[in-house]
Design a protein around this ligand. Structure first.
Ligand SMILES: Cc1cc2nc3c(=O)[nH]c(=O)nc-3n(C[C@H](O)[C@H](O)[C@H](O)COP(=O)(O)OP(=O)(O)OC[C@H]3O[C@@H](n4cnc5c(N)ncnc54)[C@H](O)[C@@H]3O)c2cc1C
Length: 355
């Protein structure tokens, strides 16, 4: 069974949690690390700032399809997270969600002490940093009064696309997220006004071309401008004012305002842990995915090495190799042999599939 410890509750009363492996980050890389360690008989604790597992997939684009997961021609981002959670279930990882790892230090006995924002303390023999972009924050709309409607009528991410069906939407932004949602919700929303501050877009050219087609076909509106104010009636947002590029101000009625201005990647406490960084990523070797500190590994979007590509499948590969290195670190006297899940009785026993 997967265990959950709510924020604020120490896993063992009055003491530190002793662990063979603590994984910082429950994105796809961190979740698959649980699996690869589990196959080798190593149990994991997983800590994440978010209240749910899945990292960027769950937080930024849960409803979007992913097409480059091997052997899954198409897989929803949240579906991928759900499948990973199902796959790691036999290994009983302990989740500490809603907690940010605030401190990490090396102890004299070779272990590592991690302390979370909720006060949980770990004594770990190995640590895997799978922290992705770090603790990230969406850039806000930046107009007075918008905060009061956040998550009700002002949204910086789409948690449930169906909630926007039949509604009047004003969508801000010129990147892929904004364009993808403008296109995806077209025909499902009651109406869409797309607002972007300048003629150039950061989105895929095909998406921009599609948006222009939809405008030409009269299926949505496009305005060049910036948000100038929120219009409301009591505790309900009724619309948004836009300062247009031609100097005029136009008011649009809206049930929901969606703004996709990108993220503030906030490396957060990780920046102070003394690792060698390059462009806010932790340098690792490509044999073990170990950092400059033996026993601390970094996988997924948080790491860098020559040729690094920030893709989910890169994180999966890195997790597999890191698991072998972690097993050797935990038990240097024992050689870890490659085994196939197809034929290994011990792995099948750990997976709970042996007869
Ligand atoms: C819109 C969009 C579409 C994408 N499409 C694809 C695609 O089609 N194919 C593909 O391969 N990739 C895609 N990606 C990229 C992919 O999502 C990332 O490569 C992947 O999520 C990285 O996984 P990760 O586990 O390394 O990090 P993340 O998913 O970023 O997860 C890291 C987790 O660590 C947590 N964390 C950070 N710091 C701390 C701390 N100090 N304490 C506790 N927790 C912490 C964060 O809260 C987060 O949950 C897409 C990304 C976006 C934004």
């Amino acid at each position: 069974m997967t265990e959950h410890h709510p924020a604020g509750a120490p896993a063992t009363p009055g003491g530190a949690v002793e662990a063979d492996a603590v994984i910082v980050g429950a994105g796809p890389a961190g979740l698959f690390q649980v699996f690869e360690l589990g196959l080798l008989g190593i149990k994991s604790h997983v800590v994440d700032t978010l209240a749910h597992p899945g990292g960027q997939c769950a937080e930024l684009y849960p409803d979007k399809p992913i097409y480059d997961i091997p052997a899954l021609p198409v897989c929803g981002a949240q579906e991928l997270v759900d499948r990973l959670m199902q796959q790691i279930q036999p290994f009983g990882p302990v989740f500490h969600l809603g907690e940010e790892v605030a401190g990490l230090q090396c102890l004299d006995d070779g272990r590592f002490e991690l302390v979370t924002s909720a006060g949980t303390r770990f004594l770990a023999r190995t640590v895997v940093i799978a922290a992705g972009l770090g603790s990230f924050q969406p850039r806000r709309l930046g107009v007075e009064g918008a905060d009061a409607f956040e998550d009700r009528q002002v949204h910086y991410r789409v948690r449930n696309a169906a909630a926007f069906h039949g509604k009047r939407l004003v969508i801000f932004g010129g990147g892929d997220s904004a364009l993808d949602w403008v296109i995806d919700l077209n025909g499902r929303a009651g109406s869409i006004v797309h607002v972007h501050r300048r003629p150039e877009f950061r989105a895929a050219p095909a998406s921009v071309a599609r948006m222009r087609e939809l405008v030409a076909a009269g299926r949505m509106d496009y305005v060049e401008g910036i948000a100038a104010g929120i219009r409301s009636d009591g505790d309900r947002l009724t619309g948004v004012s836009v300062k247009c590029a031609d100097g005029t101000t136009r008011d649009f009625e809206a049930d929901h305002v969606l703004a996709f201005f990108g993220l503030h990647p906030r490396l957060g406490p990780i920046a102070e842990w003394g690792f060698e960084l390059e462009k806010k990523a932790i340098k690792v070797d490509t044999a073990k995915f170990q950092t400059s500190v033996p026993g601390i590994f970094a996988i997924g979007d948080i790491n860098t090495y020559p040729g690094k590509k920030k893709l989910i499948l890169s994180g999966f590969h890195e997790a597999a190799l890191a698991a072998f290195a972690i097993a050797e670190h935990l038990n240097p006297a024992k050689k870890v042999h490659l085994q196939y899940t197809t034929t290994s009785p011990i792995m099948q026993k750990r997976l709970g599939v042996s007869g």
